[in-house]
Design a binder for this molecule. Structure first.
Ligand SMILES: Cc1cn([C@H]2C[C@H](O)[C@@H](COP(=O)(O)OP(=O)(O)O[C@H]3O[C@H](CO)[C@@H](O)[C@H](O)[C@H]3O)O2)c(=O)[nH]c1=O
Length: 340
């Protein structure tokens, strides 16, 4: 298969690119990533010399560039990871979320349609469903009720993807995952932020009273699920992907401080996030029964391994902290730099 993976230098995207190129298949992968603050080519060092891999720096909102890629590389499958993803940033600056997540997706869909792409997978989020109370689970039929500018932009994109299926008959799927964790996670998100702060003896900020619940999913289990959706997802269908690992933020900070053996005095309760969703939890019945997916990571083990990854890769996150992470270093003649 000939893939265009967008946002492939980010956390989940880079894990997916590595998944495709190391699973022993003969997939060809073009990675289109604009390298925002969260995109990092160091995430892809293991594959950058791979004969079936090309990196192109550029935006999904650049139609000319996307057309060129689809044509030049005879792409048949698009997996769209490209997105602004951090809820807190969307609260202080929603603009770029609408531009990238909504208009960017629409641009990509138009190009996919023009070039007759055979499968378009939109990587979305459980946040489109809004917040759960103490009980219950999100299913694919849960009404969409986003709370933040981030989740509203992802919801808009999902609706566009669905509309291109209904209107133009495009073969699309939408995946909605719960909170990911694992290697290469940008240290603004809860788990990597707590690990890297703890390693530096810094405060560990917990919003509100720390009772909010997230359903943690290992990024490699997520990649495996997306792979199944690409190959076996029924046209037009949504698939929720969750780890069945509900934890409060208080439980997470306890586990990390225990593993690193740092003082609990570092835990600092700070002002709550405006519009903070209380609880996310996914019912993965559909993807489990229809596509045969099940997560392979046991959360306690996965978290332990993740903490160890941050311990072993201090250079990776320290580069991010001192601002030297946005790199462009073409390794092969096919790699291209597009500045708009
Ligand atoms: C950064 C930070 C977060 N938190 C809390 C807020 C949430 O309840 C929980 C997780 O926060 P975050 O790591 O920002 O993740 P969250 O807002 O749940 O969203 C993530 O998970 C979503 C999937 O559910 C993705 O769509 C988003 O792109 C991703 O960012 O931890 C804190 O208590 N302190 C913090 O410093």
């Amino acid at each position: 298969m000939r893939y265009l993976v967008t946002g492939g230098a980010g956390f989940i995207g880079s894990n997916f690119v590595k998944h495709l190129l190391t699973e022993g298949s003969d997939h060809f992968v073009v990675n289109l990533d604009v390298l925002t603050y969260a995109g990092n080519l160091y995430n892809l060092e293991e594959v950058e010399g791979h004969a079936n891999y090309v990196f192109i720096k550029g935006s999904i909102a650049n139609r000319e560039l996307v057309d060129l890629i689809l044509e030049q590389y005879s792409i048949d499958t698009i997996v769209n990871f490209a997105a602004e993803s951090h809820v807190d940033r969307s609260i202080t600056g929603p603009d770029v979320f609408v531009k990238t997540n909504v208009l960017g997706t629409q641009c990509l869909l138009d190009a996919a349609r023009a070039y007759g792409i055979s499968k378009f997978v939109q990587v979305s989020t459980d946040e489109v469903y809004g917040s759960l109370g103490e009980t219950g689970y999100f299913t694919e039929d849960t009404p969409l009720a986003p709370s933040s500018p981030y989740s509203a932009s992802k919801t808009a994109a999902d609706l566009l993807v669905k509309a291109y299926h209904e209107t133009y008959g495009m073969n699309v799927n939408i995946t909605r995952c719960s909170n990911n964790y694992g290697p290469n996670h940008f240290p603004e998100k809860l788990i990597p932020l707590l690990i890297t702060n703890a390693l530096q003896g810094k405060e560990l900020p917990i919003y509100g009273d720390g009772s909010n619940v997230r359903d943690w999913l290992h990024v490699r289990d997520h990649c495996q699920a997306i792979d199944l959706v690409v190959h076996k997802g029924r046209p037009g269908e949504v698939y929720n992907i969750g780890g069945h690992n509900e934890k409060t933020n208080n439980e997470i900070v306890q586990m990390i401080t225990d593993q690193l053996n740092v003082s609990k005095d570092l835990i600092t309760y700070v002002a709550d996030r405006p519009g903070h969703d209380k609880r996310y939890a996914i019912d993965p019945t559909k993807i489990t029964t229809e596509l045969g997916w099940k997560p392979s990571y046991y959360f306690e083990e996965g978290l332990k391994e993740t903490v160890e990854w941050y311990l072993a890769n201090e250079g990776w996150w320290k580069n991010i902290m001192n601002g030297s992470y946005v790199t462009y270093h073409p390794k092969k003649s096919g790699d291209q730099l597009c500045t708009h």
